[in-house]
Structure formats: C-alpha cells, structure tokens
Design a protein around this ligand. Structure first.
Ligand code: SF4
Ligand code: SF4
Length: 217
C-alpha cells in the first residue's frame, strides 16, 4: 500500500499564548485565540514565501517599522489586552521606561511600546504588527515597503485574518455564529478600529501608577 506523504505544516510549531488568568478574565481567551489563529496563518504564509526563495528580513532588533509607521490599526479588545499586559505583567526597569514613554508620547513619534529596538509588548502586539512582515531586505529608515516594494510585503491570508477578527466579536456581545457572520459582513469591527497613534497613552501611564480607574477603549 502506498504510504501517504505527511506534509510539514509550519503552523504546527506555533504555540498559543497562555496565561493563568484566562480562567478568571473572560475576554482574555478571546484575544489569545485571535492571536493564535493569526500567528499560525502568518507562520504558514512566511514558510511558503521562504520555500519560494524569499528571505524574511524581519529579525529581532530590526524595528524601523515601529518608528516609521504612524497608522497602526488596533481593535478595542487589543487595547484592553495591551492595558492588562502592561499593568499586570510588565515589571522592573522596563516598566519604568515604558511609563515615561507612554506619558510623553506624541502622535507621529516612534511607537511608545518600542524600547531599545524591541517591542516591549511583543506577546500582545496588535494584529497589524503581527501581519506586517517584509522579505529580502530590511526597511530603510523612513521606508514603508508597502508603498516602495509591495512585492516584498507578506500578504496575509484574508480568510485567517477574518477568522482572527471574528474571534474578538464575543467581546462585543456578538456570540452566536449567525450574528458573527452578519457582523463580519457589515464590517462592524472595522468601524471600531482606532489608530494606535491616536490613543491617549498617557491614560495608561497613569493607570500604571494606579492613578485613574477608567479605561478608554
Ligand atoms: S518590517 Fe521592516 S523594519 Fe520592521 S522588522 Fe521587518 S524588516 Fe525590520
Ligand atoms: S506595538 Fe510593538 S510591534 Fe507594534 S509598532 Fe509598537 S513596538 Fe512595533
């Protein structure tokens, strides 16, 4: 009998993020599921490009994009996730540096979460950052390869992208399948997206000190 050849799937190497708090924080599994769906699809898409001869240019410490891009869409649940991660999980000197950066952040400067060339909220970075991957050569200072060499930018798998977005809908009270379908068709979540650069991050800096109880999403 002919043996079926097992196809290697890069997405199998991707592990879902897990936090012990998931049992007590209702929105957290939704966000982590969304990131898991996206991360798996991105790993597969990157693997495909590499097997066609492209070289992934994004590496640890390469961060021009985080200084250059001033339009970074974030969904409401992602903002909640960032707040939680920063307040509850970031510790030590990095927490102090981030607090200062958030307090002094002005729209158009480098992303406030960028610390010494690395994303300080890497596990909870937004879908937009997860999806942005560039091949063959790193971005030049000030370059947005989406406009200068579109062919080198990873095209995310649209279906997986939508599945990841749909996983966040229960946060908005949209739970059953039919309603999720309607919400996705109507672009409900797209109407909720904000630009990371337009969020009042000073509010988060104050919450890191326990100074303000409200969360602006
Ligand atoms: S998008 Fe460009 S700047 Fe950002 S990590 Fe990838 S190659 Fe580096
Ligand atoms: S959230 Fe992280 S990955 Fe995204 S732009 Fe900011 S520093 Fe870069």
């Amino acid at each position: 009998m002919k043996k079926k050849k097992k196809r290697y799937n890069q997405s199998q190497d991707i592990k879902r993020l897990c936090f012990p708090e998931e049992a007590s924080i209702s929105w957290l599994p939704m966000l982590l599921d969304a990131y898991f769906i996206a991360d798996k699809a991105i790993a597969t898409a990157i693997h495909k490009r590499i097997s066609r001869g492209d070289r992934l240019a994004c590496t640890k410490g390469c961060s021009t994009c985080c200084s250059t891009h001033v339009t970074i869409p974030v969904y409401p649940l992602e903002v909640v996730g960032i707040y939680w991660y920063v307040i509850e999980k970031m510790m030590g000197p990095e927490r102090q540096v981030l607090k200062r950066q958030l307090a002094h952040f002005r729209k158009g400067s480098a992303c406030p979460f960028l610390i010494e060339g690395a994303c300080s909220i890497h596990p909870m970075r937004p879908l937009a950052c997860r999806h942005f991957n560039v091949f063959n050569k790193p971005c030049r200072p000030g370059e947005d390869p989406y406009y200068t060499r579109r062919q080198d930018v990873l095209s995310p798998d649209e279906r997986a992208k939508n599945r990841a977005i749909a996983a966040m809908l229960p946060f908005h009270g949209i739970k059953d399948r039919a309603k999720r379908k309607i919400a996705m068709k109507s672009g409900f979540l797209n109407s909720q997206v904000r630009n990371l650069h337009e969020i009042d991050w000073n509010n988060l800096a104050m919450r890191m000190d326990g100074k303000r109880p409200t969360l602006k999403v």
